[in-house]
Design a protein around this ligand. Structure first.
Ligand code: FES
Length: 351
């Protein structure tokens, strides 16, 4: 489950400053690549002798089991995302981990879901929209999607096709921050004022089961705070940041205070190793030093690829931009952000 698999790129599609890769799932890997709408996949490439890992959200329908699509937005000087725009071709093989991530939706009949997305934050939301419309008979989806200009809108044709097909169950409101539009409501960023207006004028009579928020950190913080102020229960608000905005953990924070014995359970096997007092490592780094391969991608507390369960012992989690309260309460931690604070530790990636 935590191994990299080789998948073949079968199509590459241009999007504004981005590409969509279609990856074929061979029959023997179908079970490994069943995904929940909203999840992402971690890619691994070698660049100038260094291993790079990056996570990209799946933007296709989970009804299709023989292929997945990911959208890769070009980031300036991005060591993975820039080459991904031009250096990869149909027929190339790429190393990919099975889908993961807890920012997901399993839609149910009779429900209504709403999403606030900005820029490439639309990517995981797109898979949620497909699932809601294709896998239920009557669930509804409301999308509020912000971009700078109309030419920047990602997945525009896919959204339009769904709007045509599911007119009664899917509504979309675009917001453009740097382009004049007829309606003042559709001009500007998705911020507190917009959320208040939307809640009072559009969502007022609708019982929304869950809110999904994806985009730059500032937008996520603003929307989540606004929903909170407007009385939406925290358990109904889910967010995912798509950039690694986490800070480096300082060496002082990573300093281990006493000798530690560590057990890691992964893919049914137990691995034992130790770290000495005075070493300056996270749990993930200590496993890497011991030669135990664990899943990770951003190493910044954002993607949750390194999520595992603390079975025994104590850790201090320095940053957390991805785990929700219920996950923390049930013992989940991020390996890349956890520093051991007890003499014995047992973590599991199998729960
Ligand atoms: S590797 Fe991304 S949160 Fe730990």
């Amino acid at each position: 489950m935590h191994q990299f698999h080789k998948l073949i790129i079968t199509a590459i599609e241009k999007q504004p400053n981005a590409v969509i890769w279609t990856l074929a799932i061979p029959p023997e890997l179908k079970n490994e690549f069943i995904f929940l709408p909203g999840q992402h996949m971690t890619f691994r490439v070698m660049s100038q002798g260094e291993e790079l890992r990056r996570s990209y959200s799946i933007c296709s329908s989970s009804c299709k089991t023989d292929e997945v699509k990911v959208l890769i937005k070009a980031v300036k000087n991005g060591r993975f995302s820039e080459p991904a725009q031009t250096n990869f071709h149909v027929g190339d093989q790429v190393d990919v981990l099975s889908p993961s991530g807890h920012f997901s939706l399993q839609p149910e009949n009779g429900r209504c879901y709403a999403a606030f997305a900005a820029g490439s934050g639309i990517t995981p939301v797109m898979a949620m929209i497909y699932a809601t419309l294709e896998q239920t008979e009557d669930a509804q989806f409301l999308l509020f999607y912000g971009n700078s200009n109309s030419t920047d809108i990602l997945l525009h044709d896919e959204i339009a096709a769904l709007k045509d097909r599911y007119q009664d169950r899917f509504s979309i409101h675009y917001f453009l921050s740097q382009q004049k539009v007829d309606m003042p409501f559709n001009h500007g960023r998705i911020d507190h004022g917009k959320v208040v207006f939307i809640k009072e004028h559009i969502l007022d009579q609708i019982e929304v089961s869950d809110y999904f928020v994806c985009g730059p950190g500032e937008m996520i913080d603003s929307v989540c705070r606004s929903l909170d102020i407007l009385g939406v229960p925290t358990r109904k608000i889910h967010n995912e940041r798509f950039l690694s905005e986490g800070q480096e953990i300082s060496l002082a924070d990573k300093t281990i205070k006493e000798d530690v014995g560590i057990t890691v359970t992964i893919d049914g096997a137990n691995h034992h190793f130790g770290i000495k007092a005075g070493e300056q490592v996270t749990l993930l780094e200590s496993a890497e030093m011991a030669g135990v391969s664990l899943p990770y991608s951003c190493k910044a507390g954002v993607c949750a690829t390194c999520r595992c369960r603390l079975i025994e012992g104590d850790v201090e989690m320095i940053n957390n931009y991805s785990l929700e309260d219920w996950e923390l309460e049930t013992g989940y931690i991020l390996g890349c952000q956890s520093v051991v604070r007890s003499s014995k530790i047992h973590i599991s990636f199998d729960e």
